[in-house]
Design a protein around this ligand. Structure first.
Ligand SMILES: *[C@@H]1O[C@H](CO)[C@@H](O)[C@H](O)[C@H]1NC(C)=O
Ligand SMILES: *[C@@H]1O[C@H](CO)[C@@H](O)[C@H](O)[C@H]1NC(C)=O
Length: 279
């Protein structure tokens, strides 16, 4: 569950690489071309294993949950399975293993490339679009009466918040149409990619309405030494100042770059009320 950043040095990274190779050999192949024939999609992407947590009660909502850098869908599915949310089906995909600039090109499971954890750093738009499209594809098979959501931790949270902007704009960064309706977006210990380029893009009436009505919760620990607290705080402010009206920001005083039961409890309460779950 911890990001691999924390363990940059030493054998852990090599362990992660072996794990990633293993994932690749048993993975299903989904090409980035599934997004459409946009000229920007040259990357061949191979996602790892997807873990599904089935609802224990009446199925009312499906949420795709995205792990952090170097992690996998299995570790989060084990946490989500324990939550008192019987109406939610969780889909936990595993990111493709790809070279990470931050690691000098060393491969790791990641939703997009990271050059630097820095709000002025370049955004890997192509990678973000491929990841956001993978999420939308996973959700597009759900029955019409099921509410859809996306959430994640760290770079998974970044991908989720990016998906929120794609939903509002009605299109991916590359211009292809965004195909699903989102009812909830969750970002834990992450950031909003492309925050600076949002300004002025959300003015058309339909776009404004989608942004205003989408519930988003952003949680961040004040003791986060991997993705600074101010990134989470600034991201929620950027969403609010660009017309997202249902943004809840939750700071946690004692929290580092991980999660705690209090945060999970509050997330459960937020999801239960936001999605009007029966329990
Ligand atoms: C998934 O990640 C966890 C660490 O978060 C690790 O312990 C486990 O071995 C990984 N599993 C697979 C199948 O890669
Ligand atoms: C999304 O919601 C809009 C407005 O309610 C509706 O017109 C559209 O058909 C929905 N799209 C999908 C894919 O469900």
């Amino acid at each position: 569950m911890l990001d691999v950043f924390v363990f940059l040095a030493g054998s852990f990274l090599f362990h992660q690489v072996l794990v990633s190779r293993h994932c690749l050999s048993s993975s299903m192949s989904i090409s980035g071309a599934a997004v459409g024939s946009g000229r920007n999609f040259r990357r061949a992407v191979e996602f790892g294993k997807t873990h599904v947590v089935r609802p224990k009660g009446k199925h009312q909502a499906t949420i795709v949950w995205l792990h952090g850098l170097g992690d996998n869908g299995s570790s989060w599915s084990q946490i989500l399975e324990t939550l008192p949310l019987p109406n939610i089906k969780w889909i936990c995909p595993t990111a493709p293993s790809q070279p990470i600039s931050l690691f000098g090109g060393f491969p790791s499971t990641a939703w997009f490339d990271v050059v630097d954890i820095n709000e002025n750093g370049p955004d890997d738009m192509e990678g973000l679009d491929v990841a956001a499209a993978h999420v939308a594809n996973l959700l597009s098979n759900e029955p019409a009466d099921i509410k859809l959501g996306v959430g994640g931790f760290s770079m998974g949270a970044a991908t989720s918040l990016y998906s929120a902007t794609c939903f509002a704009l009605g299109k991916y960064g590359n211009g292809n149409p965004y195909p699903i309706n989102l009812s909830a977006v969750i970002g834990l210990s992450g950031w909003l990619p492309c925050a600076k380029t949002l300004a002025g893009k959300l003015e058309e009436e339909q776009i404004k309405n989608r942004a205003a009505s989408l519930p988003i919760v952003v949680c961040h620990g004040k003791g986060d030494d991997v993705v600074p607290f101010k990134f989470g705080e600034k991201s929620s402010k950027a969403l609010l100042s660009n017309g997202f009206k249902k943004v809840t920001f939750k700071p946690y005083t004692q929290l580092g770059h991980h999660t705690i039961p209090q945060e999970m409890d509050e997330l459960c309460a937020w999801l239960t009320s936001t999605l009007a779950l029966e329990g």
